[in-house]
Design a protein around this ligand. Sequence first.
Ligand code: IMP
Ligand code: MG
Length: 190
Amino acid sequence: MDLNNIEDYNSFLDEVLISEEEIIQRTKELGAKISKDYAGKDLHLICILRGGVMFLTDLMRNITVPHTIDFMAISSYGVGGRQSSGAVRIKLDLNDDIFERDVILVEDIIDSGHTINKILEMLRTRKPKSLQVCTMLDKAARREVEVQIKYRGFDIEDKFVFGYGLDLDEYHRNLPFVGVVNLEKYTPPE
Ligand code: IMP
Ligand code: MG
């Protein structure tokens, strides 16, 4: 494994699409909005692993009403490369029951919409009191199925992004900003 290749994101970073400052500001706004909407409710945040972790923790810090969290991991069977087919399987299920709770799904990015729709479908069968979506990024131009998004951080163009929870071959999730990958300059780690 060539770790130098992994470390040096500057060689394939096309541009910083969303800066750390913008993310901090937006998570504050979303946290305030959610706090207002969920006052007196049994708020339960579900983070979709792994991409949603950075966003979840920043969001939580800005939510001032009592709430709990849980995690879920799914695998989607792509039609190859970075396409999502819509077939998803639960790899790590929730710890807690969501029956009659006010649930918000926290996602990193919604692209075609297949993944989130399948998750919503699966969770609805468990009869939460309410079920909403909060996504950091929305690539609406790529949508193939309609998704009801209650809370959205940023609308972005159809560009492949990384950082702030989003990975490039599992690395670079730690970056505090969202960057655009130059796929011609990027070589996946060996
Ligand atoms: P969808 O099912 O097409 O909406 O795909 C959503 C999933 O694809 C996200 O949860 C991400 O894991 C992944 N994804 C889509 N676009 C990007 C991107 O630009 N960067 C990194 N991951 C992405
Ligand atoms: Mg994801």
